[in-house]
Design a binder for this molecule. Structure first.
Ligand code: MN
Ligand code: MN
Length: 475
């Protein structure tokens, strides 16, 4: 008689169901720190700054200081390397030499948003606006009628950097893009979601009060426009003028803080889970390593992933090789580049990025037996890509074995998934660019609802499991 043998089957289980009260308390405590990080790190530059603050407090030192005095580098040395203010490397030196390879975890710290155009300021019908140019894959209509904040940097005439953050404090003003009322939207409502908002229409309201009309009619009317009022405010408050916008990186992001969702507080809604959820968990993982690791542990915060990992701070750049070569220079004065290549070729990496969680409101785009689920643990993707695995690095079976065995050895909840049905769409991560360098790499991150929306949703359980997974991989 055939009998049902449960041990023969693989079940993707909800990790809350078997979680101890003790672990659950750890999950909730861990996520409080994550929410604070999110609120303080809405751009790649702010993520670098916040991370360096946390790292410094935890005893990590600036790599430049170690490079000046290489005798300071010993197994267990903790360091960070600020790469051009928009990306970051963190390392804990291991017991073994670089030719044995490093254990890397890499996430990205840029998020979809609205960048300001170089000359953004204009006035129409007594309303001052800032023109935007969206960054990354967004649904444009998501950005209408929600409170927005302005973040970024302006390089002033004297060469100093002005950090801008307006709209995050409760007392701060916010900004907004308007939408049509339904009463007059009969034509708009017939258009597709992709087309009913034109990108050129996505200008942000920043002011509406013109100057008081002069009694002396000879005075130039231009001095009393809303635009002039706004420029006067910017000059008085920040010492900048219209030309300074040309030399700035200013971005519009949702003016919202991370918050719990659900009566049971099981989810966190926030701007920028993708991919600061993996950045924060890898950061905490490397900070919390209890012992000197066998192999050097490296965390990478990459920029520009959302627009194809381009630029000198993106993952396609030479940045990682350069950083690894600096680490290798601690071990040899000769043949640093040869050692760098040996090291990269022997290295292993978790490409820490988010994926889509199965959403029962939209089941048609998922293959349920190959989907990731909220609360089921860190999601491992052997491959990403689109149209027949195009644009993926496709991890080896050997490496999938190593990674899943590593997680199993610490009872870390994990699930294997594909992001959606084969022909539903697709996407890529930094993994393929890391694989180009010879590194063994696999995607491994937190599954989300409404990825790339102004507010994304993640399960607290998965955030915790990602932290545990990255830590177990590096130790
Ligand atoms: Mn991502
Ligand atoms: Mn993304």
């Amino acid at each position: 008689m055939a009998k049902f043998d449960e041990s023969l089957e693989f079940t993707n289980k909800n990790s809350w169901k078997t979680m101890s009260d003790e672990t659950k308390a750890e999950v909730f405590a861990f996520c409080e720190g994550y929410k604070t990080f999110l609120d303080n790190s809405k751009t790649e530059r702010e993520s670098v700054d916040t991370a360096i603050e946390l790292l410094t407090a935890a005893g990590f030192v600036d790599f430049e200081e170690i490079l000046k005095d290489k005798a300071k580098a010993v197994p267990g040395t903790k360091l960070y390397y600020n790469y051009k203010n928009r990306s970051l490397f963190i390392a804990v030196l291991g017991n073994t030499a670089p030719e044995n390879g490093f254990n890397l975890v890499g996430a990205h710290i840029d998020c979809p948003r609205l960048d300001l155009k170089p000359a953004p300021l204009f006035e129409d019908t007594n309303i001052a606006y800032l023109k935007t140019h969206y960054y990354g894959g967004i649904k444009k209509y998501h950005w209408l009628t929600i409170p927005l904040a302005l973040h970024g940097v302006v390089i002033k005439k004297d060469g100093t950097t002005l950090k801008v953050c307006i709209g995050e404090k409760d007392s701060d003003p916010k900004f907004m893009i308007s939408d049509l009322l339904p009463h007059l939207a009969s034509n708009q409502m017939t258009k597709t979601a992709a087309s009913f908002v034109d990108a050129e229409q996505m200008s942000v309201i920043i002011g509406t009060i013109p100057g008081k009309e002069p009694e002396d009619k000879d005075i130039d009317e231009k001095a009393f426009t809303v635009k002039q009022n706004i420029l006067t405010y910017l000059a008085e408050e920040y010492g900048i003028d219209e030309k300074d916008f040309l030399r700035a990186e200013l971005v519009i992001v949702p003016a919202a803080k991370a918050c719990d969702i659900g009566l049971d507080r099981g989810l966190i809604a926030s701007y920028g889970h993708d991919d600061r959820i993996c950045a924060y968990t890898e950061l905490r993982a490397i900070m919390d390593l209890e012992k000197t690791p066998e192999k050097t542990a490296v965390c990478y915060f990459a920029d520009k992933e959302e627009i194809g990992s381009v630029g000198n701070t993106g993952a396609r750049s030479n940045a990682l090789e350069y950083f690894v070569s600096l680490l290798c220079s601690l071990y040899t004065d000769n043949d640093v580049m040869w050692l760098t290549k040996r090291c990269l070729n022997a290295s292993r990496m978790l490409s820490a990025d988010v994926t889509a969680a199965f959403d029962p409101s939209y089941p048609e785009v998922y293959d349920k037996s190959n989907a990731a689920f909220l609360g089921h643990g860190i999601a491992i993707e052997k491959y990403t890509g689109a149209r027949g695995k195009s644009g993926t690095s496709d991890a080896s079976a050997e490496f999938v074995y190593e990674v899943t065995e590593c997680f199993d050895s610490e009872n870390i909840a994990w699930q294997l998934n594909e992001m959606g049905k084969i022909e539903a769409g697709g996407g890529g991560t930094i993994a393929q660019f890391m694989a180009d360098k010879g590194i063994e790499v696999i995607d491994c991150g937190v599954p989300l609802f409404n990825m790339h929306a102004p507010l994304e949703l993640a399960s607290k359980a998965d955030i915790y499991w990602a932290y545990r997974a990255y830590k177990s991989f590096m130790k």
